[in-house]
Design a protein around this ligand. Structure first.
Ligand SMILES: [Zn+2]
Length: 145
């Protein structure tokens, strides 16, 4: 029953016997194993061919994205040790560090999560320290007046 049914469906799409296939364009009789029509060279197995299309493998073929944010965070974090300039650098390290961690979470193959965290911790730490010193100094100046 299923055999007859599937044969009917097959015949409906393109009339063929077990070993031969008729070209849908020119009607030329071809062997089923042939990919192209021997007469007009149009593709014979459009349905089966579609099944062979292999999805492009992004894990191997794709380039590993660079986590530049993490690197920027890392270096700005280290240089935030410089007094007072470190406030700006530290804040920058914080921002780039957060971006870097987010990027690393989205792209697990991208490295730099540790660099991003170093940036966040160092940048945050020095920015906080120098900012505290600046605020304390301003208060001292106002109090002495
Ligand atoms: Zn043909």
């Amino acid at each position: 029953m299923t055999n007859i049914l599937s044969k009917c469906i097959q015949d409906d799409i393109m009339p063929q016997t077990n070993d031969t296939i008729f070209c849908t364009k020119c009607g030329q009789k071809n062997l089923k194993k042939d990919i192209q029509c021997s007469k007009c060279s149009s593709k014979l197995h459009s349905h089966q061919q579609a099944a062979y299309i292999v999805k492009t493998d992004t894990t191997l073929g794709g380039l590993i994205p660079n986590n530049t944010n993490a690197l920027v965070a890392y270096y700005t974090g280290i240089f935030s040790i410089i007094p007072f300039v470190g406030i700006l650098l530290g804040i920058a390290a914080l921002i780039f560090g957060i971006l870097g961690v987010k990027f690393a979470n989205k792209n697990p193959e991208a490295k730099g999560k540790i660099h991003a965290w170093v940036g966040i911790i160092l940048g945050g730490f020095f920015a906080f320290i120098y900012l505290a010193i600046v605020i304390a100094s301003i208060f001292m100046i106002f109090l002495e007046q």
